[in-house]
Design a protein around this ligand. Structure first.
Ligand SMILES: *Cc1c(COP(=O)(O)O)cnc(C)c1O
Length: 467
């Protein structure tokens, strides 16, 4: 006990540490961050002493840790990372990357006033939805369009506007959960609709819908099973057949498409995902999808379809709670504008460019990264074939053949190297496969390759100096 007490007495007071840090020339940091860092690190010392494990106080170590903590706290928490995973729509890494053109234009809107809800022709109040409605109708062939915060909000608004207080029929094979607590049954309840499950997990027939329709039915819902596949003895009812059933009973057909492709990726040999336009042509009355999945734009929920239903959503008071922000609208409009020229959209929109990148280009990129790496006997670098994914719950069955640089370093486990890359000033997120760290070049820009190479060269030099 006396041991612990004497250790405690060695610890500096917070105020003294703050003065000490200031005397070290750290002055351009908000005082509150210095104080918090001193408090936190001194408290950690106290905990160490209290735990009773062997303890040796070092003032230099404490100062070093406080400085590191200050440096960490003094930069934005949300920041740029390099995606070396090869997963194009990595939900944890912010899904779709916006193009340079889009992000530059966002800067202008951030720093100035805009005509967000102002009609420049009449000088009167306008609506924020106008900026993208025509573009969306043009690009999808729909009568009307509306945008909200994300696709979960879109599904919620659609159900609430079209079938609140009524029953909505869904196949048991489509009761989807998307990561982050979006579940079809829960959304249904929250929107004020009653879920009526029909069919079985693997098979649902037209008659299953038909037999469950009654005077309380408000809509038929189809949900794209975007993040899983049911294979084997399966059957689902096509949009066309569902439409036939709906028409007979005067019920709207809603399709939660999830991803929302505006160009056909089948033409590039990738997946079998339908385009939004084809879903409307197959007579869905309402289709909703995400802005930051295969569309390659910002987080948003996009609703297209028949004007009679969209108008109801525009009048729904919930819309205000789900409304899209001006920065998002800027990014969405500009991304949609890139689709006006479909031939160039595929190279201008980073998501589409990365997904359709030819294998030989990826090999060249991996060779470029390999060439930038300083070769030392203790570092093993290899250009290797690998497979990536589209991610973001899109096209689960589709693997993207790709190239990576695999890295192993003597005296450094793959886990340690992965962590070091992640702790770089621009964090580099990699993947470990068979005890090797992989950097898949599909999701890395050329600038990212240079940054990664610089970091790897730095760590082997450090090791070299130590030996
Ligand atoms: C992704 C997805 C959602 C949720 O979309 P967010 O934009 O992430 O809110 C809903 N339904 C389906 C079928 C999806 O794939």
């Amino acid at each position: 006990m006396t041991d612990k007490n004497s250790s405690m007495r060695q610890l500096p007071k917070v105020d003294e540490m703050i003065r000490c840090i200031a005397s070290e020339g750290i002055t351009n940091v908000p005082a509150v961050l210095v104080k918090l860092a001193c408090q936190k690190e001194i408290e950690l010392e106290r905990q160490k002493i209290l735990s009773g494990s062997p303890y040796q106080y070092s003032r230099e170590d404490l100062i070093r840790r406080i400085k590191a903590e200050i440096e960490k706290q003094n930069q934005p928490h949300l920041r740029k990372v390099i995606n070396g995973t090869g997963v194009v729509l990595h939900t944890n890494l912010g899904r779709a990357r916006l193009s340079q053109m889009v992000s530059e234009n966002m800067k202008e809107i951030c720093g100035s006033y805009s005509n967000l809800e102002y009609d420049l022709e009449t000088g009167e109040r306008g609506t924020r939805y106008e900026h993208v409605e025509q573009l969306l109708t043009f690009l999808t062939g729909s009568e009307a369009a509306l945008v909200v915060n994300n696709n979960a909000a879109a599904v919620y608004l659609v159900l609430n506007s079209v079938a609140s207080g009524k029953e909505v029929i869904v196949s048991r094979g489509e009761l989807v959960e998307i990561g982050g607590a979006f579940r079809v049954p829960e959304i249904m309840t929250a929107s004020g609709c009653r879920l009526v499950e029909v069919g079985t997990t693997n098979k649902t027939h037209e008659s299953d819908y038909e037999e469950n329709i009654n005077e309380n039915t408000g809509a038929l819902l189809k949900v794209h099973t975007s993040n899983y596949k049911i294979i084997g003895f399966t059957d689902e009812v096509s949009l066309e057949r569902m439409k036939e059933v709906g028409k007979k009973h005067g019920l709207p057909l809603i399709y939660d498409l999830g991803s929302g492709l505006l160009v056909d990726l089948k033409a590039y040999g990738i997946g079998d995902e339908p385009t939004v336009r084809s879903c409307l042509e197959q007579s869905a009355d309402i289709v909703c999808f995400s802005g930051d999945k295969l569309l390659g734009g910002p987080q948003a929920g996009i609703i297209v379809g028949k004007a009679e239903y969209i108008n109801r959503m525009k009048k729904n008071h919930l819309l205000r709670a789900l409304r899209i922000d001006k920065l998002t609208l800027t990014a969405l409009e500009l991304t949609l504008r890139q689709y006006l020229t479909p031939e160039t959209a595929v190279v201008q929109i980073p998501t589409l460019k990365m997904i359709t990148e030819p294998l030989e280009n990826l090999k060249k990129k991996a060779e470029l990264l390999h060439g930038l790496l300083v070769k030392r006997p203790e570092a093993h670098y290899e250009v290797t074939e690998t497979t990536g994914q589209i991610g973001g719950g899109s096209m689960p069955g589709v693997n993207l053949s790709s190239y990576a640089v695999s890295i192993t370093m003597e005296h450094l486990s793959a886990d340690m190297l992965e962590r070091m890359l992640r702790n770089n000033s621009v964090p580099i997120i990699s993947r470990i496969c068979k005890n090797k760290v992989l950097l898949d070049v599909r999701t890395m820009s050329e600038e990212d390759l240079f940054e990664a190479a610089e970091f790897l060269n730095k760590i082997i030099n450090l090791k070299g100096d130590m030996e």
